[in-house]
Design a protein around this ligand. Structure first.
Ligand code: CO
Length: 171
């Protein structure tokens, strides 16, 4: 496994909608493993393929990552994930993103969702998730449509974060 380069805002790949994975191969499985390793190396709880420069519908998620990036008991690798049901009830969560380093903001999300996806062997599953896991999944699946968490904020808040990122980049 290897740690891959992370693409950060304002790289265009982050705002580009991803293509479906048509065939799951050994290469797909290696990429998913590398994505997990990259996520742990950066102490993240989720990572989407555009963040490593690939416009493909793949995400990895681990809602039980330890403080120093240790793997939890059930890391998830998802190919072609899609939200098929969402609760009308919403929750607010303080979100960050490895592609917008050092920044975070409160985002409103559905409190519970149902996600359809394929595992690394192409088998289809349906996962029901709520609270923290539902938030992570919505954040990562958004990435596959070229949407970042800042796109859910007011223009004022969004611009504030973008300005901070630009300042960081100059330093
Ligand atoms: Co993100």
């Amino acid at each position: 496994m290897s740690v891959l380069k992370l693409y950060t805002y304002p790289d265009k790949i982050l705002s580009t909608p991803c293509e479906e994975v048509k065939k799951i191969t050994a290469e797909t499985r290696k990429l998913l493993d590398d994505m997990l390793e990259t996520m742990y190396a950066d102490k993240g709880v989720g990572l989407a393929a555009p963040q490593i420069g690939l416009s493909l519908k793949m995400i990895v998620v681990d809602d039980k990552v330890g403080e120093n990036g240790e793997a939890g008991p059930h890391p998830m690798k998802m190919v072609n994930p899609e939200i098929i049901e969402k609760s009308s009830e919403t929750i607010f969560f303080n979100e960050g993103c490895l592609s917008l380093p050092g920044q975070c903001a409160e985002v409103e999300r559905h409190a519970a969702i149902k996600v359809k996806y394929q595992d690394e062997n192409g088998k289809e599953h349906i996962l029901e998730a709520s609270d923290y896991l539902a938030v992570i999944l919505q954040h990562e699946i958004d990435h596959l449509s070229g949407i970042l968490y800042i796109d859910h904020l007011s223009r004022l808040k969004r611009n504030m974060i973008i300005k901070k990122l630009q300042k960081q980049a100059q330093e």
